[in-house]
Design a protein around this ligand. Structure first.
Ligand SMILES: [Mg+2]
Length: 399
């Protein structure tokens, strides 16, 4: 089998990849919704792919891996890797998990990040109580939630003098606020997180996404101040989302000194860049994203390596769309017991269920998803239904 073409169309702000072959098998994949700018980067990789046998996934990855980088620049290479597995699975008439060594569980747990805008809340303890109630009422019966807070949220702008830096209301994404947190800001943060967890009670797990941008003394202070809340983890306090480096040594000055689990890793590209985090025991939980780290085989390798060091994994998946959801289910079915849960890609609109075949509806029940046996990723775009969502420049996507 040979790859004949790769195309990329932006559907609802999300680049969707289509790899075609001379045997009529199509591979699908998708890049996080806020990354439409990745489309030309995907298309630049075409000459490295056409003519290659798609079922030799690693052989192709050796040709293109050099063309990725830390988030967002690993997204194109990562999504192509996933589309190649989709083709390899379809060629073998097997779900991807069978090609990765088989499933070790029949259901995978997924956690739900709660967004401020969807729950229509601000950053007061009362808002955090409402936020928790909003999560518990959601379809899917999620048992684990994550709240964006402090530097990973608008708390800095909403709470006066949260930190000692200037509030930058019109600064470009991502995450302009960093540095020392004020004492009153710190107490407010702890009160908010406490209100959310006390509302959820012991029946639900709570993680918080807090940075990047903390100084290590604030990171340790925060982690210790909420030790009694039994949080799932605190994420990305020092480095993390969209930070193009790791600084594992700074994490190592925090993690061993608190019982609150410390988490990072969604921005990291490739296994080599997890090495010091893992073998240095710098965090308790890692969160690679299959659509940024270099793909699902890359993520599996990292999970296995972390397991050797007693480090857990909770893969990131904020906005990976319906194909990203499928890839997370497939790879998480195969991971060792250090898997906590993957982040449910909640930020895609319901119309995706209509323009694809695979999932009939939101597949989460009691916080779990059944691992299914459809070949490849088990999700396919339906051209006749998806066509109307193509923009003018992408109108030849299904040709
Ligand atoms: Mg995060």
């Amino acid at each position: 089998m040979k790859i004949t073409d790769i195309k990329c169309a932006v559907i609802a702000n999300s680049p969707v990849i289509r790899i075609t072959t001379d045997e009529g098998i199509t591979g699908w994949s998708q890049i996080e919704t806020p990354k439409p700018y990745m489309q030309p980067i995907v298309l630049q990789l075409k000459s490295w792919l056409v003519g290659q046998d798609p079922v030799n996934v690693e052989r192709i990855m050796k040709r293109i891996r050099v063309r990725g980088g830390f988030k967002p620049f690993g997204a194109a290479v990562s999504a192509i890797e996933i589309a190649l597995w989709d083709i390899a699975g379809k060629a073998a008439n097997l779900p991807i998990y069978r090609l990765l060594g088989g499933k070790v569980r029949d259901q995978v747990r997924t956690y739900r990040t709660l967004y401020q805008h969807e729950a229509k809340v601000g950053h007061t303890p009362d808002d955090y109580r409402k936020w928790a109630e909003y999560g518990m009422a959601l379809e899917g019966g999620f048992t684990m939630f994550k709240l964006p807070t402090s530097y990973h949220s608008s708390m800095v702008a909403d709470f006066p003098d949260f930190h000692y830096g200037a509030v930058q209301r019109d600064a470009p994404f991502p995450y302009p606020h960093k540095g020392l947190i004020s004492e009153q800001g710190f107490d407010h943060l702890v009160a908010c997180v406490r209100a959310a967890k006390e509302t959820l009670g012991k029946g639900y797990g709570l993680a918080v996404d807090a940075g990047p941008g903390y100084l290590k003394q604030d990171a340790l202070r925060f982690a210790k101040a909420v030790e009694d809340l039994h949080l799932l983890w605190i994420e990305d306090m020092i480095t993390g989302d969209y930070v193009p480096y790791v600084n594992a040594d700074v994490y190592r000055e925090v993690t061993p000194h608190t019982t609150t689990p410390i988490h990072t890793g969604e921005q990291i590209y490739l296994r080599q860049n997890f090495k010091t985090l893992i073998d240095g025991h710098a965090v308790d939980v890692i969160g690679p994203d299959p659509c940024d780290v270099g793909g699902i085989a890359e993520l599996k390798w990292i999970a296995e390596y972390a397991d050797l060091y007693g480090i857990s994994i909770a893969p990131h998946g904020t906005a990976n769309g319906i194909f990203g959801l499928a890839s997370l289910i497939q790879v998480c079915a195969t991971l060792p017991d250090n898997l906590i849960a993957f982040e449910y890609p909640a930020r895609f609109e319901p119309f995706w269920y209509d323009i694809t075949e695979g999932f009939d509806r939101m597949p989460v029940k009691n916080g779990l998803i059944d691992v299914y046996d459809r070949p490849g990723l088990g999700v396919n775009l339906i051209p006749a239904k998806a066509k109307k969502y193509l923009t003018e420049g992408d109108s030849d996507f299904f040709d």
